[in-house]
Write a protein that binds this ligand. Structure first.
Ligand code: SAH
Length: 252
């Protein structure tokens, strides 16, 4: 089966993914460690992109050019923008756009110059498979009672949403900025810093792409609080559990 990439922006998430790859081979390219392995029989390359659009675009390009991946999955965390995207929910992207792209008045705001578009859709088949995997994982329950209590969460509440995710080179951490984004881009469910870059590179190469993000914060003044703890305790485990279901389905 064709090789698939798993990209994460942050260390704890990649660590959770790597725990599932028993026989690993490592190669360093462009200062990044690419880890090759098998997950339920699937040929996988996992890598840390680092944070931001440029770092993510470099990573995606190396994955396609050097490692010959034919599909790309991104897993990470994001800030909720739409009221329905609550902390602990999972958002699977149907499309990405860059909320900080503005070459107006030469091009319409948000349009990526010379592409004639602002939105880059994810692959419908991969995305549907990721939604199925996320729903199965969350229905089975990923966190134990102690983790739920520690994080002030309740069992069975987390939901899976599908829709637009916006990316930009900013950690959105004020209520004012979050509200501005929501007003300007009412379809946006969540905001992060890498997805639209990977979507654009995958579009350029014709490589199918899908992405899931656990909502770690509400992009408001409390966005930084306990962020790393959330990534460690909740999001990393969600990612690993969801990908495990994804690869079980794919292997069939
Ligand atoms: N304090 C962190 C910084 C992480 S930056 C550290 O020291 O590592 C935030 C990361 O999570 C980015 O990879 C981004 O994609 C995602 N993210 C989560 N919440 C976000 C928000 N409110 N705005 C933008 N990106 C967010």
């Amino acid at each position: 089966m064709s090789r698939i990439a798993i990209v994460s922006a942050m260390h704890p998430e990649l660590a959770a993914v790597l725990a599932w790859l028993p026989q690993k081979q490592k190669q360093t390219v462009a200062g990044r460690e690419f880890v090759l392995g098998r997950w339920h029989g699937n040929d996988v390359v996992a890598v840390l992109s680092r944070i931001g659009k440029v770092a993510a675009a470099t990573t995606a390009t190396v994955l396609i050019e050097r490692f010959g991946v034919r599909q790309v999955l991104f897993t990470g965390v994001a800030g909720g923008v739409a009221p329905l995207a609550q902390v602990g929910d999972v958002v699977v992207a149907s499309a990405f756009m860059q909320h900080d792209m503005d070459a107006s008045p030469l091009f319409p705001i948000y349009e990526v110059p010379l592409y004639g578009r602002s939105h880059f859709a994810t692959d419908a088949v991969l995305t549907a498979a990721l939604v199925r995997a996320a729903k199965t994982a969350l229905a089975q329950g990923v966190l134990d009672a102690a983790d739920l209590t520690e994080m002030g969460m309740e069992a069975g509440l987390a939901q899976v949403h599908q829709g637009l995710i916006i990316s930009g080179d900013r950690f959105v951490s004020t209520r004012l900025e979050s509200q501005r984004l929501q007003q300007a881009l009412p379809a946006a469910l969540a905001v992060e810093m890498e997805g639209a870059a990977v979507a654009q590179v995958c579009h350029d190469y014709g490589v199918p792409f899908a992405a899931m993000r656990t909502i770690s914060d509400r992009s408001d003044d409390d966005a930084h609080a306990d962020f790393l703890k959330f990534v460690d305790t909740v999001a990393s485990r969600y990612s690993a559990a969801i990908l495990d279901h994804f690869f079980t389905q794919r292997a069939r």
